[in-house]
Design a protein around this ligand. Structure first.
Ligand code: CAO
Length: 453
């Protein structure tokens, strides 16, 4: 070691009350040349991710911790062979060496003024001429939990450490981010697209106005029940769609009198084959025809929001009411199944959903969703789009209504349809054409039972 060199020990700074914090990434290698403040390792507590920066410029002599291990304040992270006077500004462990992502790193050039301009290239050390001196921040603990992040959902999200870190830096809840990588893995670009979407949202992406916190117990007895696991997962996704997608709902009615007559005729025969031929199977068939006629309803915006991705497959998701909450199994290649096969798969998938036995693959890849409340009741509702899909069909309970035809009122069985659509992609005229086509298709019962080519 030359006279100008010294060994600097970089330690984990004071992290408040956190102990045994996970080392999720080691960012440097032994022998690597680093600048002062270069991040050495990334730590993740339950609440935040933070880098531990080097307190000196030089060469990494030794690493004392490994990815997957845990550390506490004061633990040795690395020994850095510092070069010359520029190096040894090692701060004590309690100094503000680590800032939670999103927090300020200000004040860490405090030694620059004492450095020799001869020893150190000006470009790498001198403060920018116009930059005013920054006050040193107080020692920083990891950020408090962000109210925007659903921590259990965040930890379950399918994303690697660097994407998690990136998301935390931006305060993005990965629970609401749709992954475009392999097997739905969330990528950096997905996080960026999510942020762009949030910024483009009405209100400029600023924090949403908060709902007032009310002490309900002040008004009478109360009982607190935790949301189910499915509610905790689906809630942020529904919320993301609600706040990101401009929804409009188009209402219509389909005359299914003939369809119901035909269904009654075919029902028993189907049951002998173990198939329950419910109205939903016919509605799926009708939607397939409508999606083929109107491909923009079977599409999604890409991550940039500038292109529409038209899907050449028709995978229909359908909302299923289960004891654990709402689930959306996906009937794949619905365009290749006849009404009996659709009915059989609807029965199988909704049975698996109710038994809590759906696989992840059975809930992925949907290109359009149907939410049928017809078996329960109601006249109309405004379903939330299963984003990034661009439309969802709500179906309510059919009932007999007087229809004026050929100079007289006749009783017809009318099925209420509620189509919510993403107005960025679909305009009102297209939506009205879609529901008109759908209603016409449902009225043509025989065509719905024909074999699929
Ligand atoms: N109008 C009148 N009756 C209807 C109907 C409609 N639109 N749709 C179904 N029915 C009848 C069926 O004919 C059946 O009667 P029978 O037993 O006499 O034949 C009965 O209602 C029950 O049907 P089902 O529920 O067994 O079958 P389905 O195919 O209609 O629905 C499923 C399957 C999984 C969609 C349904 O069980 C379900 O879970 N629906 C709730 C969906 C939901 O929660 N949506 C809201 C999502 S947003 O929170």
């Amino acid at each position: 070691m030359s006279a100008a060199e010294s060994l600097v020990e970089v330690r984990v700074p004071d992290m408040g009350n956190f102990k045994d914090v996970a080392v999720i990434d080691v960012l440097v290698k032994v022998g690597e040349r680093i600048e002062a403040e270069a991040p050495l390792v990334t730590l993740e507590t339950e609440k935040a991710t933070m880098d531990v920066p080097s307190t000196a410029a030089g060469v990494v002599e030794k690493l004392h911790i490994a990815k997957g291990g845990t550390v506490s304040a004061g633990d040795l992270v690395a020994t850095v062979r510092s070069s010359g006077a520029a190096a040894a500004q090692a701060a004590p462990p309690s100094a503000p060496a680590a800032a939670p992502h999103g927090g300020t790193q200000a004040g860490q050039d405090s030694g620059a003024g004492q450095r020799s301009g001869k020893d150190v290239p000006a470009a790498s050390t001198a403060p920018a001429p116009a930059a005013p001196p920054q006050p040193a921040p107080a020692a920083q603990a990891p950020s408090p939990p962000s109210p925007l992040i659903d921590e259990p959902g965040f930890s379950r999200a399918h994303a690697g450490p660097s994407v998690r870190k990136f998301a935390r830096e931006l305060g993005v809840d990965l629970t609401g981010v749709t992954g475009s990588g392999m097997k739905g893995r969330i990528t950096h670009d997905d996080v960026k697209a999510f942020v762009k979407g949030a910024l483009a949202a009405p209100g400029g992406g600023g924090a949403l106005p908060a709902v007032p916190v009310v002490d309900f117990a002040a008004f009478g007895p109360v009982e607190s029940q935790p949301l189910t696991r499915i509610q905790r997962i689906s809630g942020p996704r529904l919320h993301a769609s609600w706040v990101n997608v401009p929804h409009v709902t188009q209402f219509d009615e389909a005359d299914i009198t003939d369809l119901e007559t035909l269904r009654m005729k075919l029902k028993d025969g189907a049951l002998e084959r173990g198939i329950k031929l419910t109205p939903l199977a016919f509605i799926v068939r009708a939607c397939v025809k409508a999606l083929q006629a109107f491909p923009t309803f079977n599409a999604s915006l890409d991550a940039t929001g500038a292109n529409l991705v038209l899907k050449k497959y028709v995978h229909i998701g359908f909302a299923a009411d289960t004891p654990n909450g709402l689930m959306v199994p996906v009937l794949r290649d619905a365009d290749r199944q006849d009404v009996y096969e659709v009915a059989r798969q609807l029965g199988e998938l909704s049975g698996a959903a109710r038994a809590g036995k759906l696989t992840a693959a059975q809930m992925q890849g949907g290109s359009f969703t149907i939410s049928s409340l017809g078996g329960i009741g109601g006249t109309a509702f405004t379903p939330i789009i299963n984003a990034p899909e661009v439309a969802i069909l709500g179906v309510s309970r059919s009932s007999y209504k007087p229809l004026y035809r050929d100079g007289q009122f006749v009783p017809r069985l009318m099925l209420p349809l509620s189509l919510s659509y993403d107005h960025r992609v679909i305009d009102g005229a297209a939506a009205a054409r879609f529901t008109t086509f759908l209603a016409g298709t449902l009225a043509d019962a025989q065509a719905l039972v024909e074999a699929v080519p």
